[in-house]
Design a protein around this ligand. Structure first.
Ligand SMILES: C[S@@+](CC[C@H](N)C(=O)[O-])C[C@H]1O[C@@H](n2cnc3c(N)ncnc32)[C@H](O)[C@@H]1O
Length: 322
């Protein structure tokens, strides 16, 4: 069996026999007025963060959700796009699609506003999406791409890029590793399927997005996810995994490099009325300007005495410029 087959088998098993707490994080599930998540669907919450960010769901987007799981995020996305087939959910595992369909039917009985026609569940996988080029506004995946080995991750990202419309976005949540994961764990197929041993480091993860062609990346959250202990995982030191929520935009990469927003701001600390860096940033004294990491680095080296940079908050959802 290849690790992808091991993964499919694992998710087939947990579709039939839910594994509570498989991937969950220490944060409250998205609560919305009038949204009732059925218990069975909640028990099959196999995500490691969230990909449902209300601020980017205006304009009635068509959403492609890859790796449907128990359907919890498909339901949450539907909340914002209440029309037939607004959400297309893809999964290669037969029993997972059956479980998601069943859970969505329960959700329809428990939520007046929801109809199962809002979610179109299709057979397909991340490497071969059953959709034409440039056809969706938003593609989301939660806790799936971290399972893929680097070459397969590149293939999945390329396929995502293909189906997303120009200007559209790829919303992801995945574990990342605070240092490279040793080979003996990477090669453990079950741990990979459990989202515990395939994670890249933060820099590798962001670089994979940029290598695919995404010109702008925004970090929505970064928080502790799991600690791999020394004894259990045969490590010299415990290894912390974090959960990273990000949004990557299908926009051209600027000539001086992609813009990655991690919540940094630049503040002009000089005595003039304003500082104009002649690269599109005009800063008034004392007023923080949201900047991408590239601009932060440039400003710090050009104006070391006049600019104060605030550290990454690991939350950014608009404003400022890169
Ligand atoms: C960790 S679960 C996440 C489920 C869901 N995203 C959630 O947040 O609850 C991974 C999901 O991806 C599906 N999957 C496994 N291999 C896949 C592939 N090659 N392409 C697409 N989905 C896949 C599994 O069946 C499962 O539904």
């Amino acid at each position: 069996m290849s690790y992808l087959e091991t993964t499919a088998k694992f998710y087939s098993d947990v579709a039939e026999d839910p594994m509570v707490g498989l991937c969950c994080v220490q944060s409250t599930p998205l609560q919305l007025p009038g949204l009732n998540v059925p218990t069975l669907m909640q028990e099959m919450n196999y995500g490691c963060g969230t990909t449902v960010h209300p601020s980017e769901l205006s304009g009635d987007p068509t959403v492609l959700y890859v790796g449907v799981g128990g359907g919890i995020e498909a339901l949450q996305f539907s909340y914002f796009s209440r029309r037939p087939q607004a959400i297309i959910a893809v999964d290669p595992v037969d029993s997972m699609r059956v479980a998601a369909q069943r859970n969505l039917a329960i959700a329809a009985a428990e939520n007046d506003w929801f109809d199962t026609s809002f979610v179109d569940i299709r057979e397909g996988d991340a490497f071969n999406l059953p959709l034409p080029d440039n056809s969706v506004d938003v593609m989301a995946q939660n806790c799936l791409f971290n399972i893929f080995e680097p070459n397969d991750l590149a293939r999945a990202l390329k396929e995502a890029y293909r189906v997303i419309k120009p200007g559209g976005r790829l919303v992801m949540s995945d574990p990342i590793a605070t240092r490279p994961i040793p080979l003996h764990l990477q090669q453990d197929e079950r741990l990979r399927a459990l989202c515990l041993s395939g994670a890249l480091t933060y820099n590798e993860y962001i670089q994979a997005l940029i290598d695919t062609g995404f010109g702008q990346v925004e970090i929505r959250a970064r928080r502790p996810y799991r600690l791999l202990g020394k004894e259990t995982y045969k490590l010299n030191q415990p290894l912390l995994l974090e959960s990273l929520d990000s949004v990557a935009f299908k926009v051209p990469i600027p000539p001086d490099g992609a813009c990655v927003f991690t919540g940094k701001t630049a503040v002009y600390a000089g005595n003039e009325d304003y500082l104009d860096d002649r690269a599109g940033h005009i800063m008034q004294p004392g007023i923080p300007l949201a900047v991408c990491d590239k601009t932060a680095t440039n400003l710090a080296s050009r104006f070391p005495n006049d600019i104060v940079l605030t550290p990454s908050t690991w939350f950014y959802d608009g404003g400022g410029c890169c």
